[in-house]
Design a binder for this molecule. Structure first.
Ligand code: MG
Length: 326
């Protein structure tokens, strides 16, 4: 069965879609009340983030737009030190979308939401003319426990930078699908609750956390250097990249420094706690390949020490990169 304009009419077909797909997968005590708005309890400071997901293809190795739209927003909440709690989702479905694909994607969202500890408390669906595509917006709310304060402007001379794992997997995976290149590269799309909680449980004074998404590590490092008014120097040889992704990037002339990820983060921590922080991250499911990749120095700008020993400055990503990656 395909999605038709009738599914967006607000009438019988809409109600069936709600019950048969969204209701079936998303049921929880807040949604079941069927009120005009969700009433939520939160204590203290909250983090709030929103993101729209337009990835093409809808389903890819290692994930799909449903998994991505949960992980993307959950990870942004986590990067502020918050504990993700609630998610809303807005679906824009194009006429002609396969209902089975929609069911698979909604099921995937529900599974990821459970894994990330969030419940979906509000949602909306619209149907538009088109070619069977779909887009999802998610907004998330997380609670910030007392005493946590992370910000891109917190870094100081002497701090070290931990990268949670191999860079470029998601970007290379999406590009492989688009170019119909056969390989075993899988998206790294994942919720990073385990890494963030491990850092706090180990008592680390986390200064800054950023998920390394569109624009890549190069863009994130530049943003932090600017916000904190410091110089950041990365060691090229320490930056983890899966050899298959490295080979793929080399052939296409891509730099993993600017490739997008959906399950990788960096944490900036005090030098004295860096080894403890690294072991805490490496003990988690999503942080096994973590490395210390650089340090914060006095000065300004983002630099990388290449494998030849030279140091060069690098900038944020300019231009489009790969469109519709997330
Ligand atoms: Mg982010």
């Amino acid at each position: 069965m395909k999605i038709t304009m009738a599914h967006g009419s607000g009438g019988k077909s809409s109600a069936e879609l709600m019950g048969d797909i969204f209701g079936k997968h998303f049921r929880n005590q807040v949604l079941d009340k069927m009120e005009d708005a969700a009433v939520l309890s939160v204590g203290g400071k909250i983090a709030c983030s929103t993101d729209s997901f337009v990835v093409s293809p809808l389903v890819f190795k290692g994930g799909d737009i449903g998994k991505l739209c949960v992980c993307g927003t959950v990870n942004d909440l986590l990067m502020m030190g918050s504990v993700p709690k609630y998610l809303t989702c807005g679906f824009i479905l194009e006429e002609g979308l396969d209902v089975e694909v929609l069911d698979q994607i909604v099921e995937s969202m529900a599974r990821q939401a459970r894994a990330a500890g969030v419940i979906i408390v509000a949602g909306d669906t619209k149907v538009v003319e088109g070619n069977g595509g779909m887009y999802i917006n998610t907004t998330g709310i997380g609670e910030i426990p007392e005493g946590r304060y992370v910000s891109s402007s917190n870094c100081e001379e002497g701090d070290l930078i931990i990268c949670s794992g191999n860079l470029g997997d998601h970007h290379a995976c999406i590009l492989s699908h688009r170019m119909e290149i056969e390989n075993s590269i899988s998206s790294d799309c994942a919720p990073l609750n385990d890494i963030v909680e491990a850092l706090y449980e180990a008592g680390i004074n986390v200064k800054t956390m950023r998920d390394v998404t569109r624009g890549g590590l190069g863009t994130v490092i530049n943003e932090i250097a600017e916000s904190s008014s410091v110089k950041i120097e990365l060691e090229e040889e320490s930056i983890p990249v899966n050899p298959e992704v490295k080979g793929f990037a080399d052939i296409l002339g891509l730099d993993p420094l600017y490739m997008g990820n959906e399950g990788k983060m960096i944490a900036v921590v005090p030098c004295a706690q860096a080894e403890a922080a690294l072991s805490a991250v490496r003990a988690t499911e999503h942080g096994v390949d973590a490395r210390i990749i650089g340090k914060v120095k006095a000065g300004e700008g983002a630099y990388i020490k290449t494998h030849l020993g030279a140091t060069r400055r690098f900038d944020v990503l300019y231009g489009e990169g790969l469109p519709r990656i997330c």
